[in-house]
Design a binder for this molecule. Sequence first.
Ligand code: IDC
Length: 297
Amino acid sequence: MSENGKLSVKDGQLVNEDGKIMRLKGMSSHGLMWYPEYTNYRSLKTIRDYGANVFRIAMYTEQNKGYIYNSKESKKILLNTIENVLGADMYAIVDWHTLKDKDPNENIEKAKEFFDDISRRYKDEPGVIYEIFNEPSGETSWQDIKDYANIIIPIIRKNSPDAIILVGTPNYCVDLKSPINDPLEYDNIMYTYHLYTGSCEGGYKYLIEEAIKNNIAVFVSEWGLSPEKGTNNIDFNKATEFLDYLKKNNISWVNWSLSNKDEPYSAIDPNVEKLSGWNLNDLTESGKFIFDSLSKK
Ligand code: IDC
């Protein structure tokens, strides 16, 4: 983080303080209140040492002690995690992780308070990035998203005028067409695109190319290695193709997730209890691939 300083978006690309194109690569927490033990300083330092320069703090709004039901404790752990991420010299993405709440407007009152508080606390901090909601779904339209964003973004901008803000896209963050056709009218905005290998068919190339042509900045704020439908096999070739594509197009990525939950996209082996300092033997197949990619892809 210290080597790149304050980031901004120029012509659809993320650039560092000197105006040089740069990328963020790193991991997402699992749900912050599910696995807070992986947000300790040494754990973050470990992924930093493997090559990460960003950590996404996925604070669920509704599920598992979500912020809506448990604001005080969630916020304490979130603040502590931001400090640890910045201390490990990485950028911190503050992710208001909506999911069950399919339309971010459902909890907008809480979101307003939350983003006002965090952006005020970190108003002079170039290392904090805001992801104003996770994945919209169901009936949530681009207009609903814009209505929400047009309220939350000015709240953040009042305190932290230049912060990078990530905005999700309809249908679980796969619809880049919406911002391409009808972007928000603010600077330093990036639109999120999410992908899980088991359900991806390569359509991302067309979408991302269109976005680039139109100077729409894309940020892959969550992607995961999930098995192909009906099998237990993760297609690592697909994953490699995806990361190569992102590299070629200078797109930042964040992988789900840094935890040892027994599910395919977790990086840490479910039998491993270490909370930092993992070597390759401590990782799942996904984890090995990701930790190796942090420095290379
Ligand atoms: C999943 C977690 C899982 C948890 C579930 C709760 O991996 O342990 O029980 O959420 O709903 C997403 C979401 C992300 C999901 C993830 C994997 O952003 O919250 O995490 N995923 O299903 N979008 C596509 C996949």
